[in-house]
Design a protein around this ligand. Structure first.
Ligand code: NAI
Length: 369
């Protein structure tokens, strides 16, 4: 590992920017217990492992493999995502804290994937269980499987004939039950038959979600940067395809963002025509104020970390050896009860879903009894 070199580069970039010169005081950055910058020259690994909170137990959260504009953008992503995991795990009543890792995709495009993930696995192991990793955007169950050779702190492992592996169907199920509960509370409709849903992103989660919604009779509008996925959704689900720049403004009842974060922002919010926003993507709001802006427009936003907990519930159970399909699905389905409770609290407290969920989750950032 060659962490010192990496840190000095981040600091140099940082000093050259207009951001204040303290890594511990970056604006909008949540305080973290530990952040590890792990690099390895041989494999080209550059990773940021962020442990936001271990108050409830070891920090548990996926690992993202992505191309970032620069290293600070990667750091920013890791810190925002790991705080989100603390809130998500607390609201889901899991005995885990929050953490997340990002691996910067080597710019050369030339790398040995197995060796790179082995180096990342060694960095995970070096934290001695303070952080447990799993799949996220850009990583696969095969990556998790490979890392088992170097670390025991990894979950989401496919096991022949047994529960485990890819968490995305469970994430999609959680989002689906949340949409169903939200539609009932917000639109007063107790069925999804004919409800119009726009899906931004048809990846691992988005595709499963589209299938659940289609089965329930919803009318789908879809967009993805991958035209092949869109074509498949048109064919299999009778979905209407729109461009990636039009999807958020589609004339629908529900918007389900399932791509990357910060899609709900000052530019997009005024264009929305849906009554409900509920999707899997992490950090959908660019800023907390965007939650207020949605509320001001009469749009109900169901916080991402409340509705997308199905995957972490799945890998956490698997990690604890409690992976039994039916029990996992029952636990994931409780997300619908939390949506109902959240919307009731919002009404009682005359607040916004984002603010209520945040306070609710933070009140649970303590060791479970
Ligand atoms: P994925 O990488 O399989 O899918 C993302 C999809 O979004 C891809 O099909 C991609 O082509 C598409 N996309 C990217 N940019 C787009 C754009 N501008 N417009 C439209 N489509 C675009 O990722 P996955 O696993 O489905 O995750 C989706 C989101 O859900 C991510 O934000 C992830 O962090 C979050 N999430 C995923 C969980 C899981 O179990 N996989 C668990 C909790 C959250």
């Amino acid at each position: 590992m060659n962490a010192a070199t990496d840190l000095s580069r981040v600091l140099a970039d940082h000093a050259a920017s207009s951001i204040p010169s303290s890594l511990f005081g970056l604006p909008d950055q949540p305080a973290h217990e530990r952040v590890l910058l792990a690099s390895d020259e041989q494999t080209g690994l550059k990773a940021i492992l962020a442990v936001h909170s271990t108050a409830r137990g070891p920090a548990f959260g996926g690992c993202r493999f992505w191309t970032y504009d620069n290293e600070l953008a990667a750091l920013n992503d890791a810190l925002r995502l790991s705080q989100g995991m603390s809130l998500k795990n607390a609201l889901a009543d899991l005995p885990f804290g929050g953490g997340k890792a990002v691996i910067l995709k080597p710019a050369s495009g030339q790398f040995d994937r197995a060796a790179l993930f082995a180096a990342f696995g060694r960095a995970v192991q070096s934290l001695d269980g303070a952080y447990i990793t799993a799949e996220d955007v850009g990583t696969t169950t095969a990556d998790m499987l490979g890392m088992q050779a170097v670390t025991s702190y990894v979950s989401g492992i496919p096991r022949a004939g047994a529960f485990g592996g890819d968490p995305s169907p469970k994430t999609a199920w959680g989002v689906f039950v949340a949409i169903r509960a939200g539609v009932e509370k917000v639109l007063g409709r107790n069925s999804l038959e004919g409800v119009r849903v726009a899906l931004q992103g048809l990846g691992a989660v988005g595709w499963h979600l589209a299938a659940f919604l289609h089965q329930a009779g919803a009318k789908l509008v879809v967009a993805d940067i991958d035209a092949a996925k869109v074509a498949r959704a048109v064919e299999q689900f009778g979905a209407v395809a729109v461009g990636v720049h039009e999807i958020l403004a589609a004339e629908v009842d529900v918007i389900a963002p399932n791509a990357l974060g910060a899609t709900l922002n000052a530019q997009s919010i005024p264009t929305l025509r849906a009554a409900l926003v509920c999707g899997a993507a992490n950090n959908q709001l660019a800023t907390a104020a965007d939650g207020d802006a949605l509320q001001a427009r009469g749009i109900t936003y169901l916080p991402d970390y409340l509705v997308n907990a199905g995957g972490i519930i799945s890998v956490a159970r698997e990690y604890r050896g409690e992976g039994e399909e039916q029990a996992v699905m029952a636990e994931v389905s409780k997300i619908a009860d939390r949506v109902v409770e959240l919307l009731e609290r919002v009404k009682r407290e005359d607040s916004t879903p984002g603010r209520v969920a945040d306070a609710w989750a933070r009140s649970k950032l303590v060791k479970p009894v």
